[in-house]
Design a protein around this ligand. Structure first.
Ligand code: 5BU
Length: 259
């Protein structure tokens, strides 16, 4: 009999501490929801993180859209991550040569490697990008996701791109824990498949974003985590909306377990 592994089973299997923590959290908090906290002030970010924290396994940031950034912000955010038990994922989408991304990851204004448990990178530049990020992140026990497929209409990550991205990840599985993708790339239960472009109903925005539902992502496409931004941040009540996505995502996971 083919049995689908639970998040808890996968926590035991995987060797990277960040992936282990992530799967454990998903099982314990009963959530496969990542909040994309795309707000533009530090106060809004902290308010949202504290309010929605109990319902998420990951808080995804775009730290460079915060207009009043001060180092205190990431310090306070780290406290909230500990308080509520979620991981911080800076959606920096590194896309340069290894030597440049090393600096972008460790230094500059944001010092991303100091506070972000997870980062992501495009596979486009080739394996040097992962090597560069790894030189910074490995000693700090950080993890990386490779962007295999995008949600936006007309994106150029097509054909064998995702397959080549999987191969790159396999060669760096001490640092890469999974993918940003629109569908499952591999049956290896160690990989985390995380999917943006999610709302409660299908649709799109005016700038090429395309939305699938939690059920389509988790049950049909067999991904593990839904990333939700405006579905929560633009709702009248962000906590009510987060609960709805948490429930929809987790029910879709339970349904997949029965398949
Ligand atoms: P939305 O408000 O739920 O549409 O926000 C989606 C978030 O996910 C946003 O922060 C994007 O930068 C991010 N994203 C995406 O939408 N699609 C992709 O393929 C990747 C990231 Br990679």
């Amino acid at each position: 009999v083919k049995r689908v592994l639970t998040y808890g089973d996968r926590a035991k299997l995987c060797s990277h501490s960040v992936a282990k923590f992530l799967f454990t959290t998903m099982e314990d908090k009963q959530t496969n929801l990542a909040l994309s906290a795309d707000v533009t002030t530090g106060a809004e970010l902290l308010r949202l993180a504290d309010a929605v924290g109990p319902h998420i396994c990951i808080l995804k940031t775009h730290i460079d859209i915060i207009s009043d950034f001060k180092p205190d912000l990431v310090h306070d955010l780290s406290h909230l991550a500990e308080k509520h038990g979620f991981l911080i994922f800076e959606d920096r989408k590194f896309a340069d040569i290894g030597n440049t991304v090393k600096h972008q990851y460790s230094s500059g204004v944001y010092r991303i490697s100091d506070w972000s448990h997870i980062i992501n990178a495009h596979a486009l530049p080739g394996p040097g990008i992962v090597q560069g990020l790894k030189e910074v992140g490995l000693v700090k026990d950080r993890a990386c996701l490779l962007i295999a497929e995008m949600s936006s209409k007309g994106n150029l990550a097509t054909g064998d791109y995702a397959k080549a991205t999987l191969k790159m990840a396999e060669e760096h599985d001490d640092f890469v824990i999974g993918f940003i993708t629109q569908s499952k790339l591999s049956n290896d239960p160690n990989w985390v498949h995380i999917t943006p472009g999610v709302k409660l109903t299908r649709g799109k925005d005016s700038l090429g974003q395309q939305y699938l539902t939690p059920r389509e992502v988790i049950c049909d496409k067999e991904c593990d985590i839904i990333i939700v931004g405006r579905g929560i941040t633009e709702a009248e009540d962000s906590v009510v909306a987060a609960k709805a996505f948490q429930e929809a995502g987790y029910n879709a996971y339970l349904e997949r377990m029965q398949k």
